[in-house]
Design a protein around this ligand. Structure first.
Ligand code: CA
Length: 240
């Protein structure tokens, strides 16, 4: 994405959604007010589970401000859950104590930045702006022609939606998640069919139908390549 098209809070046509997950109202209320004053559309979640469900809903947030210590599910698990669901928007962690920083930074939960409490509003807003300028991490901005919205369970080819069965969707989801890497037949059987063993004819059949639906050709694949004796490798078509 060229930098001059990166959305800012001042763009008239774009509403930037911020998910604020914080259980302490003395923090979330003034923070939500400050964010709204800057033009952001703010959704507040007071526990980890609702934060995750808000985060994967559509239209999803453009940025998540995530308290580490949340009821029901802690911030790190929320962050991992978002990444697992294919949500790669920037996540700014709020930590209460400095000794928690090691946890946030050390465990690779996928947070992009952190701020320790107590923080100055001005500093936090500056971090928010910086993260939004940076935008989502690579997975969701892959410029290929096949695009998956995991949260909404939708797949688009050249912006046209495809109709996939549950298994086809799951198969494509695992392959796209591991983009550029070979995914073994065993892994696909286990993740898509919950099975370690059994006939992989089912797998071949599904790959074949999936290829047809995404307009792919097994002989000269644009998306799903067969790696003989091992499995399959997904590569998004970059020729557009
Ligand atoms: Ca908290």
């Amino acid at each position: 994405m060229p930098t001059d098209t990166v959305p800012t809070a001042t763009s008239k046509e774009l509403v930037i959604r911020v998910l604020l997950a914080e259980d302490d109202a003395t923090i979330s209320e003034p923070l939500a007010r400050a964010l709204r004053r800057e033009g952001y559309d703010v959704v507040v979640a007071a526990d980890g589970r609702s934060a995750l469900s808000e985060g994967v809903s559509q239209p999803g947030p453009d940025l998540v401000i995530l308290d580490l210590g949340l009821p029901l599910m802690d911030g790190l698990d929320v962050c991992r859950g978002l990444r697992d669901a294919g949500v790669f928007v920037p996540v700014l962690m709020l930590t209460a104590r400095t000794d928690e920083i090691d946890t946030v930074v050390g465990l690779d939960a996928g947070a992009d930045d952190y701020v320790t409490k107590p923080f100055r509003l001005g500093e936090l807003m500056a971090r928010v702006r910086a993260l939004l300028r940076r935008g989502p991490e690579t997975p969701s901005r892959t410029p290929g022609s096949l695009r998956m919205d995991v949260g909404a369970r939708r797949v688009f080819l050249h912006d046209k939606e495809l109709r996939l069965t549950t298994k086809e969707f799951e198969l494509l989801r695992v392959l796209m998640r591991e983009e550029g890497r070979v995914v073994s037949r065993e892994t696909l059987m286990r993740e898509v069919w919950d099975s370690w063993y059994g006939s992989t004819k089912t797998l071949d059949m599904h790959v074949s139908v999936l290829r047809r639906k995404i307009g792919d050709d097994a002989q000269s694949p644009r998306y799903i390549a067969t790696v003989r004796g091992v499995g399959f490798r997904f590569q998004n078509d970059l020729q557009d």
